[in-house]
Design a protein around this ligand. Structure first.
Ligand code: KG4
Ligand code: ZN
Length: 365
């Protein structure tokens, strides 16, 4: 790949990053919307130059979930060190960057403010464009870096706060096909993990426990199975787990069996809803290049395997970023920033941090 001149790209060639006499656009991304402080650096050849994530796991563990005030302080405490480490790993300095991106929503507002203020400050000091990134869009575009997926594709977004099926037609062009009407899938894993005494973070702990269990040990409901449309529901599943656990002692075999049964019920539901979305797309004669899964819960091996075989059955390629890029990280923010920047976009420093920001909402900036 070679550097292509673009109207937006006003910097002098001499100051661009140099590699084998070729010039590549470099973007740094900052992610602080939940409990991970992430800084990533990517270039336009889809190469990850740095990916540093500081987890706040230990700070939140005693509370069994993310405490917003603790999260915001923890981001503030480590952001400088994470930034320095990312630059050192990439062998770059701030002046080498062509743009700075940061998550400006949706998420826990204190953390989002920390990351977006740092991003704006870096961009202002270095006189570089700033890109305000929607966290969901960052998850949505990640597979374009890891698998070079072309538009349009069907996206299954499975994170701690969101569970959606979207037709990704282009950058900023999202059609919502279905979403959860109550809990998100990650939330369901997290809440059941708490009931099972597995602690926090729930998803990976349920997955580990499930590997020792029998997925047919407990008869759990499959919410929305066979229903029209592509919406999800997980709160009934969570309630069913609570009811079935009532009065029972949490022995390791019981915990493993329930974890496996829950994972299987979630996989069945997700398979059914995604199947509906694929069928709907086919009926509408809407061609897609791939089925893409992204977001923290898309790092679950059982869910990935089910989606992969569904895609195979439907004759659609399947793509999911590696688990470390499904969970929150700065690389996805940097990549979404790069995708927007190379289209000639940038945002003002007056962009506000947003706790809520639906992906399908049109951007006015
Ligand atoms: O995308 P993410 O890192 O943060 C948000 O944007 O919310 O997703 C976090 C969610 C948590 O609910 C976590 O339990 C879930 O993803 N998760 C998993 C796994 N790893 C993370 N769920 C199931 N299995 C996993 N291996
Ligand atoms: Zn996320």
């Amino acid at each position: 790949m070679f550097f292509r001149e673009r109207p937006v790209y006003k910097r002098q060639r001499e100051t661009l990053y140099r590699l084998n006499e070729t010039f590549f656009m470099l973007v740094l991304g900052i992610e602080t919307s939940c409990d991970d402080t992430g800084v990533g650096i990517v270039d336009e050849t889809r190469t990850i130059r740095a990916n540093v994530v500081a987890s706040q796991l230990q700070q939140h563990k005693p509370y069994g979930g993310v405490v917003p005030e603790i999260a915001a302080r923890a981001h503030l405490d480590v952001i400088d060190a994470v930034l320095e480490e990312a630059l050192a790993k990439a062998g770059l300095s701030l002046k080498d960057l062509d743009a700075v991106a940061a998550t400006t929503g949706p998420g826990l507002i204190g953390g989002v403010m920390v990351g977006s203020m740092v991003g704006k400050a870096l961009a202002a000091v270095q006189k570089r464009p700033f890109l305000a990134i929607n966290h969901l869009e960052a998850h949505a575009l990640m597979a374009r870096l890891t698998h070079d997926v072309a538009f349009p594709y069907l996206l299954l977004l499975l994170s701690g706060g969101h569970c959606q099926l979207l037709l990704v037609r282009g950058i900023g062009n999202y059609r919502l096909l279905g979403r959860t009407i109550d809990d998100a899938v990650g939330e369901c894993f997290d809440k059941v993990a708490k009931m099972l005494g597995l602690g926090y973070p729930g998803g990976p702990l349920v997955e580990r426990a499930a590997s020792q269990g029998n997925p047919r040990a407990f008869a759990l409901p499959r919410p929305m199975l066979g229903r029209d449309g592509c919406d999800f529901s997980f709160s009934g599943l969570k309630t069913a787990v609570r009811t079935q656990l009532h009065g029972r002692t949490l022995t390791p075999p019981l915990v493993s069996d329930m974890a496996a049964s829950l994972q299987e019920a979630i996989a069945d539901t997700i398979d059914d809803r995604t199947r509906h979305a694929l069928d709907q797309i086919r009926k509408e004669n809407q061609g897609i290049t791939a089925l893409v899964a992204s977001g923290g819960a898309a790092s679950n091996a059982c869910l990935r395997a089910r989606l992969e075989s569904l895609a195979l059955e439907k004759g659609v390629p399947f793509a999911a970023p590696p688990p470390s890029l499904c969970t929150d990280n700065g690389v996805m923010v940097a990549w979404a920033g790069l995708e927007r920047f190379r289209r000639g976009e940038s945002d003002g420093f007056d962009v506000a941090a947003r706790p809520r920001w639906p992906l399908e909402e049109k951007r006015t900036a």
